[in-house]
Design a protein around this ligand. Structure first.
Ligand code: C5P
Length: 304
């Protein structure tokens, strides 16, 4: 459900916050802090929220408005947390008026909240003329959540550790993506627990994975060969609809069709917009399902 946000003064910075898909998601060993190391190639796609920042005269006050009634606009919101983390490092008496406009479905495996947090850091870096490097922004991003640093190295990156190790990994050319969201969420903590309970061992990374690790640039056809998501077996066992969505996307000619993150969104990758739209049409009229057709992003998050 959405509500309209009254227009404010001209923003000092506006940043589009894209969704992400995992072209590869391998979950490795469990760490001593209870989290798992992961190995993922992540890619931003042009389904975007927007973060607008205006500077206000109320010293160090952070005011957040959002067009989604589902989201808190206080300290629980990642955008608020990101703004507070930036303000902690910045001297001065300025206040912030932030508008968040949501388009990315929430709790969907598309990293929307994390992207909004990264976009907030990029917007404040611009609006407050901080001159921070990608790495400096990533240091602020890291405590906010595992997926946040990735968005500062978008559009494509290899993500390791708990999400804090990010290496940009350019892929030549773009693709079209059909995203199919079933209208329910999958709890990430449950997905990790179920994966641990149902697998006997962590499969080692393949030679191709290791080549990407050493910095070899992947082609889309190489990615199609090794695209996989370790969450699919446990998540599909509980939600067979998601496997049916994947199969429909493959039947429609998707080069890759995968669960994104721990779900519940499933995406299909196509070489043409027409192909992606034909595939998405298969889901029109199905109760609760929502589909989106967007290209992969070709550039980083940018402040305007
Ligand atoms: O990142 P987020 O807080 O959404 O993760 C929810 C839960 O998923 C964590 O509390 C943890 O149990 C599990 N998790 C994990 N390893 C990760 C990320 C999340 O075990 N790298």
């Amino acid at each position: 459900m959405t509500k309209s946000i009254p227009a404010s003064s001209t923003p000092a910075a506006s940043v589009l916050a894209p969704a992400k898909i995992n072209l590869i998601l391998r979950i490795l060993d469990r760490r001593t802090d209870g989290y798992h190391n992961l190995w993922s190639i992540m890619q931003t796609v042009a389904l975007e929220d927007e973060v607008r920042v205006s500077l206000s005269g109320s010293p160090r006050d952070i005011r957040l408005r959002c067009d989604s009634v589902q989201l808190a606009t206080d300290q629980r919101n990642l955008v608020y947390k990101a703004a507070a983390a930036v303000m902690e490092r910045v001297p001065g008496k300025v206040g912030l008026d932030i508008e968040l406009r949501k388009s990315i479905p929430m709790g969907a495996g598309l990293g929307g909240g994390s992207s909004d947090a990264a976009a907030t850091i990029v917007a404040l870096n611009h609006a407050l003329q901080l001159g921070w490097s990608q790495q400096e922004m990533a240091e602020v991003a890291q405590p906010l959540g595992s997926d946040v640093p990735f968005f500062l190295y978008a559009p494509t990156a290899l993500v390791g550790g708990r999400g804090e190790s990010v290496k940009p990994l350019p892929v030549a050319g773009s693709k079209w993506v059909a995203l199919v969201n079933p209208g329910f969420g999958v709890e990430t903590r449950w997905a990790y627990q179920e994966l641990s309970a149902t697998r006997n061992a962590v499969r080692p990374l393949s030679d191709l994975h290791q080549a990407f690790d050493r910095g070899q640039m992947p082609s889309w056809s190489q990615l199609a060969v090794c695209a996989e998501n370790d969450f699919e077996p446990p998540v599909f066992a509980k939600y067979p609809l998601l496997m049916q969505i994947k199969q429909t996307l493959l039947d429609q000619g998707a080069e890759i069709a995968l669960l994104s993150g721990s779900g519940a969104t499933v995406f299909g990758l196509f070489s043409s917009e027409a192909g992606a739209r034909r595939a998405a049409e298969r889901f029109v009229g199905q109760r609760q399902l929502k589909s989106y057709v967007v290209p992969t992003c070709c550039g980083p998050l940018t402040a305007r």
